[in-house]
Ligand binder design. Structure first.
Ligand code: FAD
Length: 452
């Protein structure tokens, strides 16, 4: 009889597994269980929905050909059964079944599986600061949060918004809200925003935020929210801020309750432990996406860097292996990119701070240069920071900040680091050149020469 595959979680990793399993085994019986209402949406696109660049949330759930990825689409086009508004509540590993509960009817039933995939994702951390349950305090994780934020913004006067947390979600939300006419203040507990970067690189982004009218308060801790039903003020250890709306972006935690209760091994970062095949400690259960712990390619250490790019790749690997094929997920370098107003902000590999903490002796190079031929009006400044292992001369990490095109430099750097290249090899790379695209010596090559 057909292989029964049950997938818990229906946003990024889950639907990727479902689609790949059906491609490999068209007659498999594939069921996706999702407790939310929306499926297969682009969470990464939510800031652009808030800013209005994406008009309708359905656009975040459509294929490039314009079809809506809803339950009917999955059933008809993909032959995948979708149980939305349905929560998986318990795994019985001995019986190979999952108990699920329909959230509307509260009806419970069991789904049998030959292979189970956990794609339960992560949830935003909601600290129990006094007043945290006032209205107009949001996290941004799903479509419903974005709807809530948009509703909280409706009305015509410019609003005071406080963003708690200067990480990636905080930055993307800041731009979206500033574009909607809000006065935005970022409150960050650490001495710098953007922990993906070294402090001096983050400082440049903070200055750019300030030049766009955003207030950035570092070394500042939120103590309480005050208001009357709705939030009106954010009390910090360095003063009180007016707020009509608050966005909490202080990080996410992997959703591992189901896995823990089933006795599956959990890693030291808190994510579900998986092999390179994306198999958990139970050979019939796979896991992928924001719920799993990854391995850092450079250091070989466990790492938790929840990203949509990783979730999709892992979902594909899990699907291939559970169908009997062979594929492996090699790990991550923490490659991350984000747009902050006119700046590209990106990094791959280790920051100088992280490398030193790990005991490397490093050489660093800072290389500011136009990102294409300086005589063209399209040329923009880009600052690269390279971190190199002094002993082996290997490239350990690269950061990019500025209006110039950092994306391709970071992606070449990620490739070079994964290949174990030295700074000398990077300086000799045969990268493409024409004046509208880069300087004759690409920025990454120049930076490598500075580091040598
Ligand atoms: P999730 O998207 O968290 O989905 C998991 C789903 O599982 C949830 O819908 C949850 O309801 C469901 N679930 C959990 N437990 C159960 C259960 N017991 N029963 C039933 N259902 C359950 N990544 C990038 O790479 N680049 C970006 O630019 C980027 N931007 C982002 C911007 C924003 C605002 C956000 C919120 C995220 C962004 N990300 C980005 C991260 C990316 O969205 C996530 O890494 C990706 O969604 C992870 O997918 P996932 O399927 O593993 O988990």
């Amino acid at each position: 009889s057909a292989m029964k595959v049950v997938i818990v979680g229906g946003v990024a990793a889950g639907p990727k597994v479902a689609a790949k399993v059906i491609r490999l085994m068209p007659h498999a019986s594939v069921t996706v269980v999702e407790k939310g209402q929306f499926l297969s949406y682009a969470g990464c696109g939510l800031p652009y929905y808030i800013s209005g660049q994406v008009k309708n949330h359905a656009e975040l759930m459509s294929t490039p050909m314009g079809a809506l990825r809803d339950a009917v689409f999955f059933q008809k086009v993909k032959n995948v059964r979708i149980l939305s508004r349905t929560e998986a509540i318990k795994i019985d590993r001995a019986a190979r079944s999952v108990r699920v509960k329909e959230l509307g009817s509260r009806k419970e039933f069991d789904l049998e599986y030959d292979k189970l995939v956990l794609a339960t994702g992560a949830s935003p951390i909601r600290p129990s600061i006094p007043g945290h349950d006032l209205d107009n305090i949001f996290c941004l994780h799903g479509v419903q949060d974005a709807e809530g934020i948009k509703a909280g913004l409706s009305g015509d006067r410019a609003r005071d918004v406080v963003i708690v947390g200067g990480g990636l979600i905080g930055m993307e939300t800041t731009e979206a809200l500033a574009r909607s006419g809000c006065r935005v203040t970022i409150v960050e507990m650490q001495p710098q925003t953007l922990g993906i970067l070294d402090a001096e690189m983050a400082r440049l982004v903070e200055l750019h935020l300030e030049s766009n009218g955003v207030k950035v308060l570092t070394n500042t801790k939120v103590c309480a929210f005050e208001g009357d039903g709705k939030v009106h003020r954010v009390v910090t250890d360095r003063g009180t801020l007016a707020a009509d709306l608050v966005i909490m972006g202080i990080g996410v935690r992997p959703n591992t309750a189901l896995a823990r209760a089933a006795g599956l091994e959990i890693g030291e970062t808190g994510g579900i432990k998986v092999s390179e095949q994306m198999r958990t400690s139970d050979p019939d259960i796979y896991a992928a996406g924001d719920c799993v712990e990854c391995t850092d390619i450079l250091t070989g250490r466990p790492a938790y860097v929840p990203l949509g790019s990783t979730a999709n790749k892992q979902g594909r690997v899990a699907a291939v292996n559970l169908c009997g094929g062979e594929d492996a997920f090699p790990g991550i370098l923490g490659s991350t990119i984000c747009k902050v107003f006119d700046y590209c902000v990106a990094r791959t590999g280790l920051t100088e701070r992280a490398a030193k903490e790990l005991g490397y002796t490093v050489t660093v190079a800072l290389a500011p240069a136009p990102d294409r031929a300086n005589y063209l009006s399209t040329a923009r400044l880009l600052l690269l920071k390279l971190v190199v292992d002094r002993d082996t001369r290997r490239l350990l990490g690269v950061q990019a900040v500025g209006p110039g095109a950092g994306d391709k430099r970071i992606d070449v750097a990620a490739t070079a680091i994964a290949a174990g290249m030295t700074v000398d090899q990077v300086a000799g790379l045969d990268l493409s050149y024409a004046p509208p695209y880069s300087p004759a010596m690409d920025n990454l090559i120049t930076a490598a020469n500075v580091a040598r």
